[in-house]
Design a protein around this ligand. Sequence first.
Ligand SMILES: [Zn+2]
Length: 179
Amino acid sequence: MSGPRFVPLTCPTCGGNLLGRAPDVVACCPPCGGAWRVDGPAPAPLRVLAVAGDLHDVGGQPLALPFWATSRAAVPAFESARPLSLARAATGCLARWSARPGLGTPPPIGVRLAPATAARLARLADLPWDDDGEPALLSVPARLAGARLHVAGLDLPCFAEDVSELGAILSRLESVRRS
Ligand SMILES: [Zn+2]
């Protein structure tokens, strides 16, 4: 199995190194807190919001899961075997999640689904979706403790398998932390 391929990209705002892997549709800039669509001809800025909470008490390794969010629904932006259940659970959290502008720490990496795919998933999950305008990228704190994946505010029990590329995401965050 070949490892992930990293594409060096520079943040158009601050010149910092963007975090993202070759197949990702979004790259994050931790220095300035920006996020960019990188699946088009040129990086395009995104509105990014971070949900509060760090799940200290459950221990384990911290990460942040990316979702696409409108004012009415939230859909996973990462690849998952059960995106519809996660979309319904996350949409149920929207009213009680407290989110502020910015990436949060650690940054939400592993965005593999574009907003158009999120809109399709929302329709499949019978969720309302505002098709006009780009959704925001919502960073949701999570921690992996054993096989259990704890996601801030989510009622749905989650497991490591729910994020298809969790191993790659965690190793990328680890390498960023060490650099
Ligand atoms: Zn930047």
